[in-house]
Write a protein that binds this ligand. Structure first.
Ligand code: SF4
Length: 391
């Protein structure tokens, strides 16, 4: 018991240190142990990290500056009525914190990210700044072919940056490694919905966020050890309600806000805060053309998110399904202020929930929000109401 507690404490402390280190010491250490190795920073939401891994690079998810960095120069680049994430990204770059990165990938999710990729190309011409188009058509023969070609072009860029030719076998191997990663993350997600009192939301969040910066093999081991140890702990089951958090897939809520939701009486049994690593549900095929396999998986196994165009199902049906599968009693819509994708989707998702009599509440945040009292009261009232009067 003591060992399990100690192991969990150490894992969470390490994940917490990685989360708070905006000097990216882990990246610098990786470069020291991989002379000549290249690091690619990936913006949210989903990046095909298998391509970078196969090229011998370290892919690192970047999610703004959180609540730790005072934004001084970042504000000068943007109008006031957009989200906070791009300001934080500019601040990190101009302050030299991203100097050890060799390239940046900007997946197509919104105009803000598209514009940020343009700013990057102008200001940091010595770094690779790659905008990644994603399919708007979900026919494998149309959108799938397009995306496979886009992935091949991206792989060529990565090969040039790393100076390493990537064979199909190497890429299949990387897909296999990320399949393992997806599976251990799914195990953690399953435990969250089965016994959320064992895996507090802030702890799970930190452990999953460690995967933003750690090599994938290390992160797999970290999650496995965490899972093995945490199930041995005796943590009290509280009289909390079970909620799904939706809308936080890009700019992240402050850690204090995640803690606030749980302290307000909500077990978060599913969320899209760390959806980047769970964007493909299940394994990607490791046979045939690996770029086609990745493209097919995106088309056929990609989860519903406001950050991708979706025409596969009725909007919101997947969220309702998630609520049912996770045994949740309600949904908290937590979206970054001015986030077009999240806030434009929200009314459609709310309608879908209303049609299935699933209660919901909604608030907005910024990554540098400092006061949580109002949200605590709102979440606490929501939690009480669904426990007392929910179905
Ligand atoms: S928070 Fe929303 S609007 Fe801002 S960059 Fe992310 S997806 Fe775009």
């Amino acid at each position: 018991m003591v060992d399990a507690k100690q192991t969990v404490t150490e894992i969470v402390a390490r994940a917490d240190a990685l989360y708070h280190d905006l000097e990216f010491g882990a990246v610098k250490r990786w470069k020291e142990t991989h002379p000549g190795g290249k690091v690619i920073g990936c913006l949210p939401t989903y990046a095909p990290r298998e391509l970078a891994h196969a090229a011998g690079m370290l892919p690192v998810y970047l999610r703004g500056a959180g609540d730790q960095v005072e934004i001084i120069r970042g504000d000068a680049y943007f109008q006031s009525y957009i989200c906070q994430l791009p300001r934080g990204m500019i601040e990190l770059a101009l302050s030299g914190r991203l100097d050890s990165f060799d390239g940046f990938l900007f997946p197509a999710i919104c105009d803000v990210i598209r514009n940020l990729s343009g700013i990057w190309q102008l200001h940091f011409p010595d770094k690779l700044a790659r905008y990644l188009d994603i399919p708007q058509n979900f026919d494998v023969e149309v959108g799938g072919r397009f995306y496979a070609e886009e992935l091949r072009r991206l792989l060529t860029d990565f090969e040039q940056l790393s100076g390493q030719k990537v064979s199909d076998d190497a890429l299949r191997h990387s897909i296999g490694v990320y399949n393992t990663h997806r599976r251990v993350i799914q195990n953690l997600m399953d435990l969250r919905s089965e016994k959320p009192w064992l895996v507090p939301a802030d702890e799970t969040y930190l452990v999953l966020r460690a995967g933003d910066v750690l090599p994938v093999e290390e992160h797999i081991e970290m999650i496995k050890q965490y899972l093995q140890s945490v199930v041995e702990l005796e943590r009290p089951m509280r009289d909390h309600s079970r909620v799904v958090v939706s809308g936080a897939f890009c700019e992240q809520p402050p850690l204090g806000l995640i803690r606030t939701l749980e302290r307000a009486g909500c077990y978060i049994v599913w969320d899209d805060m760390t959806i980047s690593a769970r964007f493909i549900a299940g394994d990607v095929s490791t046979s045939g053309d690996p770029c086609v396999a990745l493209a097919r998986a995106f088309i056929e196994q990609g989860v519903e998110s406001a950050s991708v165009y979706s025409c596969k199902k009725k909007k919101g049906s997947e969220l309702c399904e998630t609520v049912r599968k996770a045994g949740a009693q309600g949904v908290i819509f937590a979206a970054p202020s001015f986030c077009d994708p999240a806030l434009l989707d929200q009314p459609m998702l709310q309608t879908a929930l209303d049609q299935e009599s699933i209660p919901w509440t909604a608030f907005k945040y910024a990554e540098n929000l400092g006061q949580f009292q109002v949200i605590r009261e709102q979440a606490g009232t929501f939690s009480d109401s669904i426990r007392l009067w929910g179905a």
